[in-house]
Design a protein around this ligand. Structure first.
Ligand code: HEC
Length: 143
């Protein structure tokens, strides 16, 4: 009994320590670039909100348009992606490109959301976009 208790305390202590450690890689960006990137990020979240709302309201063309212009391949120039890419580690750049590509794929899928079964496809494609947000956030930090 006592041994069991010690074991449980040991495991618990371990997992708390693991949670407290931040193992994300720190990416050092010049301050203005960091601010620019975080401002892009806040717009990414607003765009996801708009897209999700569009889907809920059956506004599929709007969902498609928002995703392409604010998250997709077309958004890269306005977000200054080419300017920022050289400062990012290769892995981070790869996740960033995967996100832009996934958003452009969603944009195409969303147009078909009105057809039978289309909504599931659209949400599946949206999850692919969000998977890239989560993957990058788990691996990197800028401050
Ligand atoms: C290629 C990497 C990458 C991708 C992809 C990415 N992010 Fe981020 N995001 C970051 C990093 C790094 C931070 C800063 C985290 C830190 O330093 O703690 C951040 C921060 C944020 C923040 C906080 C902004 C602030 O003002 O502090 C939001 C909101 C955010 N991201 C939303 C998103 C959303 C939504 C997506 C997907 C549509 C996304 N991000 C995709 C890397 C990424």
């Amino acid at each position: 009994m006592f041994n069991k208790l010690i074991f449980i305390l040991f495991i618990f202590g371990f997992s708390v320590t693991a949670l407290a450690e931040d193992e994300r890689e720190l990416v050092s960006l010049p301050a203005p670039m960091r601010e620019h990137m975080l401002s892009n990020m806040r717009d990414h979240l607003l765009a996801l909100e708009a897209v999700t709302r569009n889907l809920a309201q059956g506004e599929f063309d709007a969902a498609s348009e928002t995703a392409e212009t604010r998250l997709g391949m077309s958004s890269m120039a306005t977000h200054g992606a080419a300017h920022m890419a050289p400062y990012m580690p290769e892995g981070m750049r790869a996740i960033g490109s995967a996100m832009h590509r996934a958003a452009s794929r969603f944009s195409i899928t969303a147009k078909d959301a009105a057809v039978e079964g289309g909504m599931a496809g659209a949400f599946g494609a949206l999850a692919e976009v969000m998977q890239q947000c989560a993957a990058c956030h788990s691996a990197y930090r800028v401050h």
